[in-house]
Design a protein around this ligand. Sequence first.
Ligand code: CU
Length: 637
Amino acid sequence: MTTVPSARALRGLACASLVFLALCGGDDGGGARAQSASPALADTSASSNRPAPPDGQPAVLTSPTPGIKFASRSATFVWTNTGANQYGFSIQSATSATPVVDTVTSATTLTVTNLPIDGAGLVVRLRSRFKGKWLPANEYQFTAAGYTAAQSTAAVKPWSDPIALPLVPASAANLPDGKLLLWAARSPTSFSTSSSEAYTYTSVFDPATRSSSPMTVTATGHQMFCPGLSMLADGSVLVTGGSDATKTSIYDPALGGWATGAQLGIARAYQSSTTMSDGSVFTVGGSWNGGLGGKYGEVWSASTRTWRTLAGVPANMPDASNVSNPPLAGPDAAGVYRGDNHMWLFGAAGGWVFHAGPAAAMHWIDTRGSGAILQAGPRSDDPYAMTASAVMYDIGKILKLGGAPNHDSGNAFNTAYIIDINAGPPNPATVRKVSPMAYGRTFVNSVVLPNGEVFVMGGQTQPVTFSDSYSVLAAELWSPVFERFITLPPMQKPRNYHSVALLLLDGRVLAGGGGLCGCPADHPDAEIYTPPYLLAPDGTPAPRPAITAAPATATWGSQIAVATDRAAASFALVRMASATHSVNTDQRRIPLAFTGTAGNYQLGIPADRGVVLPGNYMLFALDGSGVPSVARTINIR
Ligand SMILES: [Cu+2]
């Protein structure tokens, strides 16, 4: 066992930075260089004082590939068996004088489970000992998983300055060309509940030019204040209820305008909805408008484009205190007026929908026939958590974070849970509590990134509608590998009630809105955030892979040919999404299996339509360091 002084580590870094797999030499942990230049005093097998004969070849690391960035805390190192008596193996981090590992072994493999996760440089030094004599080391450079301080605090400015918008984007949706659909209600900065003012103010924002289209004012007859949103199979946006509680409207990107849809069977606002595997849409709840309670589920058929009420899917019965058969609605201090709002719904296969909250009880909802609700278990120790965020960051895996005990009161939660629904209906979900956020957040937005990280933005530590009080300006980033959050630099404007956040085609995130009250809490602007994965370890923009060819459409169970300008290490789909009121039931990330090398790949689209809900997706390629390409839009149905 030897120790490795930091000066040697620094020399090793400099050496290894010149060339990977370098035979830098100079390893004398126990004085090997001095010994090799002098009589082999330490060579107990030597029979005389003559210099030792050649001792064999130094071992060479064969795995992992030198130069890579590790993906986790653990790695198994393998090296050639050169017949040495012993091998010396050490890992030195550029950020610590204490070696991560420094050991001697007769094996030719070693699993290390305590690698640092600070994105810093690592030098692996591998020595071979023959007849008591250490040969010069082979040294290899790696990068630790995680982000450097320069990436996470951003040596370059991570948030854009606020970009003025012609309206408060209380609702927003991705469009297939990479632009964003933004809309308000009766005016650019206000709402009413009067159907005589049923106009919709709309603007299309182009992140590439940071400019907005001239605002359009449409006499939709549908004041889309506090509606439910779902992205349809063709990329259209279905908007249900709100101030005009039985109206539905559909924005068709191909036509660039709103069309009137079929009326809801039940008037509702603050409900949520989700697209299902056949392209139909399920909605439930919404007592904020149209009367209290009785907000049964309804299904919009993709074929008939009309609504069907599900008598077997009540939102708030038998009652919120029924412990043996808890309902969908939660026990809000404002009663069902708030308690059946903003449910986190996830479409699955076969007409099933998973209900993850805000109630403490989770459910599987069967939308076939007249419908049914099955209990799916409690969300661990997480209580009713209104205006939290729940995002499917991997197949069947949902990160739930934040929320508050009531829509309008209480201290926001900083807690986070992973909900796994891969067992499928009728099985309960499994839930694990993970490390909390730095801040409690309610009215919070979160966005899944193509690498599975979840970007968390805005919200308040106490819920106060139409207010900038208690604002959390710092963002946070959750790692699916380490299951923990890191704190990111603050944005400039509060983003609370009526704010939105969406992923952009270029892998950045737009955060905007807040207000729509004709009051000082109005924020008719947006900021664009550059996540750490777009930065090199020194905080400068990282070189990005590019997708050079990909199909515009695909179907389930197919293989698609995708070309990239350099080697790709992973591919992922992220579903184009809609956002309002902390609810985004559309976004989900699906990592893709693939074959191929050197820029030409075959990607497998999963066969399960409940995994890949129909719709428009962003297809990203990521390099070995996790840097994403700009996405290509691909429609799957
Ligand atoms: Cu609202």
